[in-house]
Design a protein around this ligand. Structure first.
Ligand code: ZN
Length: 254
């Protein structure tokens, strides 16, 4: 079950020097790269590689995915400050798991709001200790982080940055609560842990309903130029949606 949770070779090598060129900044374990206009992708190579996103708005910055820990969040914040001096206004927990909410304590400490749906907040409250224990079983170096809940909770789908960042729920998939985030002006869809190149960990997945959730996403007929996979390599076209749907349909149902 934990075989996919391999420690990345870069993990632990904390080099705080970051360099800037073009639309891309890097530190040892994390990079921040422009996708389109104000939409940037984060490649976080700590623990199991995860990809998050950053939106540079007119008044401030929205981070999509808190990254793994307060330390990885701090490292990302250093990269964000090299692109913009505007404050981080808010951070979205796109599901209740450690790769999407582990950095919450750092983001709150700099005054950012931590935003989630009520479903994610409630699951985090009930199951945080379990997901930390699960993470540490596969990744013993992962810290035993205390629960830090979102402080802005939405009953359903929500929009940030005056509608330029749209978070929506399409059904159970990788977790019961995972959301997609869509950037309409750039036609970029963030696939969260739901869409990625490889099947990934299904320990908390609803394998039966997962394809129906992807079908609901497709039925929305969003104009999409780019899909960001939440793990593995980040940059894809809309074909990533069908690719993962085929993978999950072929997965054994437990
Ligand atoms: Zn994930």
């Amino acid at each position: 079950m934990m075989k996919g949770w391999m420690k990345c070779g870069l993990a632990g090598a904390v080099v705080l020097m970051a360099s800037f060129w073009g639309g891309s900044v890097r530190a040892a374990g994390i990079s921040l790269k422009q996708v389109s206009g104000p939409v940037y992708v984060v490649e976080d190579n700590y623990y199991v590689k995860e990809n998050s996103m950053v939106y540079f708005g007119a008044k401030g910055v929205t981070v999509v995915g808190a990254t793994w820990t307060p330390d990885t969040a701090r490292e990302l914040h250093k990269l964000i400050k090299r692109v913009s001096s505007k404050p981080v206004l808010e951070v979205i927990n796109t599901n209740y798991h450690t790769d999407r909410a582990g950095g919450n304590a750092y983001w709150k400490s700099i005054g950012a709001k931590v935003v989630a749906t009520r479903q994610t907040r409630d699951l985090m409250k009930s199951d945080w200790a379990e997901i930390v224990a699960f993470t540490r079983k596969g990744l013993p170096e992962y810290p035993d982080l205390p629960l830090v809940l979102p402080n802005v909770v939405h009953d359903g789908d929500f929009k940030l940055q005056e509608g330029k960042v749209r978070a929506f729920y399409a059904g159970p998939a990788h977790t019961p609560d995972g959301i997609f985030v869509y950037f309409p002006d750039e036609q970029v869809l963030y696939g969260n842990c739901i869409l990625k190149e490889k099947l990934g960990n299904l320990s908390f997945a609803n394998v039966k309903e997962y394809p129906q959730t992807i079908e609901r996403l497709k039925a929305m007929k969003l104009p999409i130029k780019t899909v960001i996979g939440g793990h593995d390599s980040p940059l894809h076209g809309p074909e990533l949606i069908d690719h993962y749907e085929e993978l999950i349909k072929a997965a054994p149902q437990s």
